[in-house]
Design a protein around this ligand. Structure first.
Ligand code: ZN
Ligand code: ZN
Length: 263
């Protein structure tokens, strides 16, 4: 299995996962044209995409979904409540191949890849994070959630790679220019993961297995890549001091990793 983050953050999110036989795009938060271009940029032919899976209906995750799904004629895996929130025109919805609706904790097999949606605390209709497994290798994409509840932490054990939200530094958010309501929303239990909560997970719940930890969905205004990375490294070194985490923890730029991570 390998994966490439094509975009990460409030301007758009998309993660491409490829196994020996199957390629799945998790979220489609850029325009269809930009997504196809980014796939091509990492050496992937968009025509080989097998499916698109959606975490939740926020625009930075579904902005290009309708056009991309129709253009590539691939099935869309999405929760019923999330699909309703898309509010697509009838004509567009009818032109999309909808897979059976995703249900939390029920694994879905797509080719040689198994995708499991897990309920996430976020202010959307039926938000998920995903684990993807193939040939004994496991990846999790964990963004857009206010905190990491115990049921989710348990599902994240055994991961060989983690894409983990590090949205904001609490002090930067508090002192920043966002309106009060937006600050409250981001910082809430159904908002976005702070560096502190990300680090708490790594220190208290993480099993230390992953060979790649990619910090994702960073706020341009309320975080710095080095601040997020330092928080992760400090937590990991406190819990697993015998391992050198320096090359394991990276930060996904808003414009994507620009490369594949192989597992
Ligand atoms: Zn988002
Ligand atoms: Zn969201």
């Amino acid at each position: 299995m390998r994966f490439s983050i094509l975009a990460s953050g409030s301007a758009g999110n998309a993660t491409l996962i490829e196994t020996a036989r199957t390629a799945v795009l998790i979220d489609a938060g850029l325009s269809a044209r930009a997504l196809a271009q980014r796939m091509t940029d990492v050496g992937f032919n968009p025509a080989r995409l097998a499916a698109i899976a959606i975490t939740h209906e926020h625009a930075d995750h579904v902005g290009g979904l309708s056009a991309l799904a129709r253009r590539l004629d691939v099935p869309v895996f999405i929760a019923s409540a999330t699909r309703r929130q898309l509010r697509l025109k009838d004509k567009d919805a009818a032109a999309i191949r909808w897979a059976d609706p995703l249900v939390a904790e029920q694994p879905t097999v797509i080719g040689d890849l198994t995708l499991t949606p897990i309920a996430a605390p976020h202010d959307a209709a039926e938000p998920f994070v995903f684990t993807a497994t193939a040939a004994g290798v496991k990846l999790a994409v964990v963004t857009d959630l206010g905190y990491i509840p115990a049921h989710l932490a348990a599902r994240l054990s055994g991961c060989h790679a983690l894409v983990l939200e590090a949205n904001h530094d609490r002090d930067m958010l508090r002192a920043g220019a966002y309106p009060w309501e937006l600050k409250q929303r981001i910082a809430s239990r159904s908002g976005h993961l702070s560096n502190d909560e990300m680090a708490r997970f790594l220190r208290e719940d993480f099993d230390g297995l992953a060979a790649h930890i990619v910090l994702a969905h960073l706020s341009q205004q309320n975080n710095h890549p080095e601040l997020a990375r330092l928080a992760a490294l400090q937590a990991l070194r406190a819990r697993h001091p015998q391992r050198d985490w320096t090359s394991i923890v990276t930060v996904a730029p808003a414009t994507g990793l620009g490369q594949w991570r192989a597992l």
